[in-house]
Design a protein around this ligand. Structure first.
Ligand code: ACO
Length: 284
């Protein structure tokens, strides 16, 4: 009888310890862009595909009031680490870049950007990663290219002449006959949170936002081999590319000497059709 009671107690302990180690479900808040109607709020519970260490990550839409914190995150991550920014020496880790910040805020205004927030960090809402998504319309690239003439930041100009010039040359609007494109502009994960699947999750959820808002086409200018791999794993395909060693000035000098292993920029696209699966629908 005693051994039966002991056995029962052990079983109870085991069950309790399992309950404690079970990951909580992540809360995902989307406010969806739904032109021309008002925004709708959709709150879903979703288990993250990220590793166990990301179990407390919350994914939510970036609001205008989050701008300061998002820019603070980007200054420490994307501004210095993204391959083109790094090659141009656009900014040191933590420093600001007015032109690039304006570009980021423009995307946030479209209200389709997402952030991963570490819920474990109490009181201060630590941003672990962001994806800034904007709406691209015909004529935007030409306008942005023209605007670069009045930019005093020569490094910013070098980078965006490449990106906008490429978009103009390899025109997705003409090819796919669409009137707007869901543009994944900035993908960034804090160095302390990399390798845990956060970028993957941000792209996966961006596909869901694009789909829910009726976009037929997504695009991303992926500047490094890791971001290229991430987009391809979510069903994006290469439309055009620019090898960095072939992007030269009139004297044949490479304009953006990007460090290995990154060798080219890829303009990737994803067509959104009804019934598509969001995630990992194509092999790498
Ligand atoms: N080395 C090897 N593989 C890598 C690396 C790396 N440094 N970084 C990512 N990967 C691979 C992973 O193995 C994973 O592959 P899997 O799905 O087959 O397992 C995949 O890429 C996704 O990994 P995540 O963990 O989701 O990526 P992470 O959260 O670490 O973020 C990112 C990757 C965004 C590129 C991050 O390193 C970063 O912020 N870099 C600086 C900014 C930047 O370059 N952003 C992209 C520019 S392009 C654009 O913004 C549109």
């Amino acid at each position: 009888m005693l051994s039966l009671v002991v056995h029962f107690c052990r079983l109870l302990q085991l069950l309790q310890s399992r309950k404690q180690t079970t990951s909580p479900r992540n809360t995902v808040h989307f406010i969806l862009y739904n032109p021309p109607q008002n925004y709708r709020e959709l709150v879903t519970n979703r288990r993250s595909s990220a590793s166990a260490s990301c179990a407390t990550m919350e994914y939510k839409q970036i609001e205008m009031e989050d701008c300061d914190q998002v820019l603070e995150h980007l200054r420490r991550s994307f501004f210095a680490d993204e391959p083109l920014n790094k090659s141009a020496g656009l900014c040191q880790n933590g420093s600001s870049c007015i032109a690039l910040e304006a570009h980021c805020v423009e995307a946030i205004k479209d209200r389709m950007s997402l952030m991963a927030v570490d819920a474990k960090v109490e009181g201060c809402c630590k941003i672990a990663g962001v994806v800034l998504n904007g709406i691209l319309r015909p004529g935007n690239a030409a306008k942005s290219l023209k605007k670069l003439d009045s930019t005093s930041d020569a490094d910013f100009r070098k980078i965006f002449e490449l990106l906008h010039g490429h978009s103009l040359k390899y025109n997705l609007f003409e090819h796919f006959a669409v009137g707007s494109i869901f543009d994944v502009r900035i993908l960034s994960v804090d160095s302390g949170y990399r390798g845990q699947g956060i970028a993957n999750e941000l792209v996966k959820q961006s596909v869901a936002v694009a789909k829910a808002n009726g976009f037929r086409l997504m695009k991303a200018d992926a500047t490094g081999i890791f971001s290229q791999k991430i987009f391809r794993s979510h069903g994006f395909e290469v439309f055009s590319e620019q090898p960095y060693d072939k992007y030269t000035d009139k004297h044949g000098k490479v304009i953006l000497p990007v460090e290995a292993p990154h060798i080219k920029m890829q303009q990737l696209y994803k067509r959104i059709c009804e019934g598509d699966k969001d995630d990992k629908e194509q092999p790498h």
